[in-house]
Design a protein around this ligand. Structure first.
Ligand code: ATP
Length: 327
């Protein structure tokens, strides 16, 4: 591999707070090392269409505090085909781009690995997803912000729950991972937390709610991840409780996409800045197929394929803490 002189950066898949701070970091690190930097709009689709922009240190002023992504994001069916990837490669070569930083989730990394295998094109991944479901990093970009957003929203719901003696089911994001539900649930003092990784059983939830009433709690919050394992969606869960515990007046609140937006937390801004520097330095050092992440609060790299396939584990200690807190 020749010396890397021009690096492209893009955001792909679902957006998450902190992506802009990561773009800024990649661009400024390139400028620091006198390496050209190109932004690719709309992820892999923009790569196929040649939707590129030249970025300098001043192009990324005033974005560290902004949610979303100035480079836009997209999901590209065309990039899943060899023809699409061929067009993308031709565009990179035409613009003399030597290496790529992909900010996204496991799908975006999978696309990067496939592309690297076909064209031997150097790629480093920065994990950007609110779900925190990527192996090789304790935190993905946007996770901390999403957690804070969820906790703030649940706090507000608690006000109305306690004023009316109601039980609220609050659905948070997380189709396959319960990180947001578990951490926001503990942080917001939820009665029960339902997550995709574990089926705690509906009977258990009923018992716990009954006990709450017996011991003098007048209102309760149950936090439910989108993909929880109970087999019922949040509305069905609410009906189930109303049928079995008529003493409860039940309401549902689905937080939805608000969890993906908003200004990134300080933690996410700092993380993005650190990961962007490392990503560029690895490429300049001739490295490829790695994801940069945080391990024991140190920036570290993980093999990209391992990051995709490594899976995630929920914190059992936190489940126990949650149990004890609802005594
Ligand atoms: P999120 O965590 O928000 O879902 P993601 O990065 O996992 O983010 P995906 O939609 O799964 O989002 O993937 C983003 C893009 O990566 C896809 O639209 C596609 O262009 C590319 N991609 C994913 N898997 C592959 C694959 N097997 N081959 C080629 N490209 C792929």
């Amino acid at each position: 591999m020749g010396k890397v002189k021009k690096i492209a950066v893009m955001t792909s898949g679902g957006d998450s707070p902190g992506m802009n701070a990561a773009i800024r970091s990649v661009v400024r690190t390139c400028a620091y090392y006198r390496t050209e930097c190109i932004g690719i709009y709309r992820g892999y689709q923009g790569m196929i269409e040649g939707d590129f922009v030249s970025l300098t240190a001043r192009s990324v002023n005033n974005i560290i505090n902004k949610g979303g992504t100035i480079l836009k994001s997209a999901r590209s069916q065309e990039f899943r085909t060899p023809e699409g990837r061929k067009k993308a490669h031709e565009n990179l070569i035409e613009h003399k781009i030597d290496a790529l930083v992909v900010i996204g989730g496991d799908g975006s990394f999978t696309g990067g690995v496939v592309f690297n295998k076909e064209y031997n094109f150097p790629i480093i991944g920065i994990p950007g997803t609110i779900d925190n479901d990527i192996y090789g990093t304790s935190h993905t970009l946007g996770y901390d912000t999403a957690l804070n957003t969820a906790v703030e929203a649940i706090d507000k719901i608690r006000d109305t729950a306690s004023s009316h003696n109601r039980l609220f089911f609050v659905e948070v994001m997380g189709r396959d991972a319960g990180f947001i539900a578990l951490n926001a649930g503990v942080g917001a003092g939820a009665e029960e937390i339902l997550i995709p990784e574990e089926d705690l059983g509906l009977e258990r939830m009923l018992e716990s709610l009954k006990k709450s009433r017996r011991t003098g709690k007048s209102s309760s919050i149950v936090v439910v991840a989108e993909g929880d394992r109970s087999g019922k969606n949040v509305y069905e869960l609410a009906n189930y409780v109303e049928e079995n515990l008529p003493e409860y007046e039940v309401r549902v609140s689905v937080l939805g996409h608000m969890q993906r937006g908003g200004a990134p937390s300080c933690f996410d801004r700092v993380l993005a800045s650190r990961l962007g520097v490392k990503a560029v330095e690895l490429l300049l050092d001739g490295k490829t197929n790695l994801m940069v992440g945080l391990k024991d609060n140190e920036v570290a790299s993980t093999d990209l394929e391992k990051a995709i396939k490594g899976g995630h584990e929920i914190n059992r200690e936190l489940l126990r803490v949650s149990d004890i807190m609802t005594t």
